[in-house]
Write a protein of this length. Structure first.
Length: 245
C-alpha cells in the first residue's frame, strides 16, 4: 500500500486566488491527487479560513484585492500557530528579483504565471514530502547543540525541551548550520542547501534572501539566536559556547 498516498489524502491545502478560473483549475488538479482543498478569493477570506482550521499548506497569490498575499504571508509568519505552515506563492511577475522577494517574505516555493497545473501539483507534493522525509533521507539522525535538539526523523526542533515552530526553509537552514557547526558557510552554500536554488543569482540577492531568513531563525531561537554568528563579507556559522556542547 502506498503510505505516501494515504498521507496526501488527509492533507488540506488552502488555495488563495482571486481569479475564479485559476482557483478552480488549481483546486481540481489538487483534488485529483487526493488533497482536501478549500479556496479563498481574498486575503481576508484566507485569514478567516486559517483561523478556523490551519491548513497543511497554502497556495497563495501575491496580488489579491484588499489584503495582499504578501500581508497574508507576513501575518502567518508572525503568529506562532501558523509560523511553520508551508506556503507556495503565485505571481504574474516573472523577474528573478520578484522570485527572491517571495523567498524573503518567508515563502517555501514560488511559481510564476502562467504555470503548468501539473508543475504546481508536483511543487506542492515536494514541499509536503520534504516536511515528511527530511528525517527519512537522513537516516533518522538527531543533531544536538547545547539545549538545541533537532530530530531529523520527526522533523522537529526543540530548545530546552520546548518544540519550535519552524518553516521547512528555516528547518533546512538550521540543519545546514548544525551539521557543520563551528564551520563558516557562505551565503551561496546556504542558499543551495536550504532553498534548493542554484547559485546563479546575484550576490546582492543572495545576501538579502539568506540574511532575512537568518533574522527570522534567530528570533525563533530567542537567546540561542546569538549562536548564529555573522562572518562579515562571507556568511554564517553556528558556534556553540564552551560549556554548552
Amino acid at each position: 500500500m502506498d503510505t505516501a498516498g494515504e498521507e496526501q489524502l488527509v492533507a488540506r491545502v488552502l488555495v488563495v486566488e482571486d481569479e475564479p478560473d485559476i482557483a478552480a483549475l488549481i483546486a481540481y488538479q489538487l483534488t485529483r491527487e487526493g488533497f482536501r482543498v478549500e479556496t479563498s478569493g481574498t486575503g481576508t477570506e484566507a485569514l478567516e479560513s486559517i483561523s478556523r482550521e490551519i491548513p497543511d499548506l497554502v497556495v497563495l497569490d501575491r496580488m489579491l484585492p484588499g489584503i495582499s498575499g504578501d500581508e497574508v504571508l507576513n501575518r502567518l509568519r508572525d503568529e506562532q500557530a501558523t509560523s511553520s505552515v508551508p506556503v507556495l506563492m503565485l505571481t504574474a511577475k516573472r523577474e528573478q528579483e520578484d522570485r527572491i522577494q517571495g523567498f524573503e517574505l518567508g515563502a517555501d516555493d514560488y511559481l510564476t504565471k502562467p504555470f503548468s497545473p501539473r508543475e504546481l501539483v508536483l511543487r506542492v507534493q515536494a514541499i509536503l514530502r520534504r516536511m515528511r522525509e527530511t528525517g527519512v533521507t537522513a537516516g533518522g539522525r538527531v543533531l544536538r547543540a547545547g539545549p538545541l535538539r533537532m530530530d531529523l526523523g520527526a522533523h522537529q526542533v526543540s530548545r530546552n525541551g520546548e518544540e519550535l515552530n519552524l518553516t521547512p526553509t528555516e528547518f533546512r537552514l538550521l540543519q545546514a548550520l548544525m551539521e557543520r557547526r563551528g564551520r563558516t558557510q557562505s551565503r551561496k552554500q546556504l542558499l543551495e542547501k536550504a532553498w534548493d536554488v542554484e547559485a546563479g543569482v546575484s550576490d546582492r540577492i543572495q545576501t538579502r534572501t539568506v540574511d532575512m531568513h537568518v533574522r527570522r531563525l534567530r528570533s525563533k531561537l530567542e537567546e540561542l539566536g546569538d549562536w548564529i554568528e555573522t562572518i562579515r563579507g562571507f556568511g554564517y556559522r553556528l558556534k556553540v559556547p564552551d560549556g554548552e556542547q
